[in-house]
Design a protein around this ligand. Sequence first.
Ligand code: ZN
Ligand code: ZN
Length: 389
Amino acid sequence: MAVINRIAGLADEMAAWRRHLHAHPELSFDCHETAAFVAARLREFGVDEVHEGIAQSGVVAVIRGRGEGPAIGLRADMDALPMDDLSGTDHVSTVPGRAHACGHDGHTAMLLGAAKYLAETRNFAGTAVLLFQPAEEDGGGGNVMVQEGVMERFGIEQVYGLHNGPGLPEGSFNGRPGPLMAAVDEFALTVRGKGGHAAQPHRTLDPIPAGAALVTALQTLVSRERDPLEPLVVSVTQFHAGSATNVIAPEAVIKGTVRSYDAALRDRTERRIREIAAGVAAVHGLEIDVDYSRDYPATVNDPDRFAFAAEVAREIAGADAVDEATPPRMGAEDFSYMLEARPGAYLFLGQGDTPFCHHPAYDFNDAIAPVGASWFARLVERAQPAASA
Ligand SMILES: [Zn+2]
Ligand SMILES: [Zn+2]
C-alpha cells in the first residue's frame, strides 16, 4: 500500500482547507476561528464527539471504530507566528504581522483529512482521538491540554504527531528512537553592583568585570564539564550594562538559553549555572540574582512506538523514503509534553526544497498532505485493527 486511495482523493479538499487557514492565521491560545473551522469540518464528517474550548481554543474529536478497543491519540497544532507573510501566494495571510510560517495550517489539514477518512471507513477497533491544539509556538498549548487531563478523559494510551520538514525529500519520513528535539531553558542573571564615577572605581562595585567573568565561566559548562558525546548548548545571547563612558553602571543583566536532551544533564546544568553565579559573586564581592526558567522539555520518542510509526511510514512512503536515524535537532516542540504523558512518536514529513520553517517566504507544500493524512489513518488501523478486518 502507498498513500490510501480515498485520502489521495481528498488532496484538493485538504489543500483548500489548508489555504483557508493560511489566509486567516491566529496566534498562541487565540485560535478560536481556526477551532470553529476545524469543529465545523469534523461535524460535517460525522465524527462521534467534538469537544471545543480545550486549552482555551483547542478541539478534541472522538471517532469510534467497530467494537471495543483502546484509544489512540493523533495530534496537530493550529497556531501561526507573529511575523509578516512574504510567501507571495494566492492564499497569503490576510492579517498583517501574522503568518502560518511553520506549516501548522498543513498539519491541521492533514489531521482533518485523516478524520474524514476514519469517520467514513471506521475500519478499526476502539476509538481514535484527534487533538487539535493551540499555542505550540508560544505558551505550550499541548502542555495545557495534558494538564487539563485529555489523556485520562479520553483514555488515550499512545499518541502520535508529525511536523513538516523543509529540506527533507518530499514525502519522506524522518525520525529516530529516543530524543529527537531538545529541551529549552532560559536564564537571566542580574549582576548587582554599585554604580559611580568612572574615575573612582574604588568607590563602586563594578558589575561589568564580574559579568565578563561570569560569561567566561559559563563557557566551561559545555567545553570542560560535559561528556563530549552528550549534546548541550549554553548560549549567552544578551549582555546589557551601562549608559555612559564616564559612569560605572550599577548593574549588568546577562541572558541566554540552554538546550539539552538528557534530563539529568538539564538538572545539572541549571544547578551549575546557579553555583557559578554564586562563586563569581563571592569573588567580586557583589550579588548575582539567577532567574532560571524551564520551557519545553525534550521531545523523546518511545523506541517501540517509534518502530511501529516507522513501519507504518514505510507502508505509506516506501522503505527508501523512511530515515529512522535522522540527527536530533536543537529546536523544541511542545508535543514533548504529550510524549511525557503517554508513549508515542513524532516524525518529520519532508516537504522538499522549500524555505525553512519561520522564514517569511515559507509555505506548506500541499503535495505532502495525502502522505501525512494516510500515515495518521494507518496508525489507527494498524494499532487497533477491527475484529472483522
Ligand atoms: Zn514553529
Ligand atoms: Zn511548527
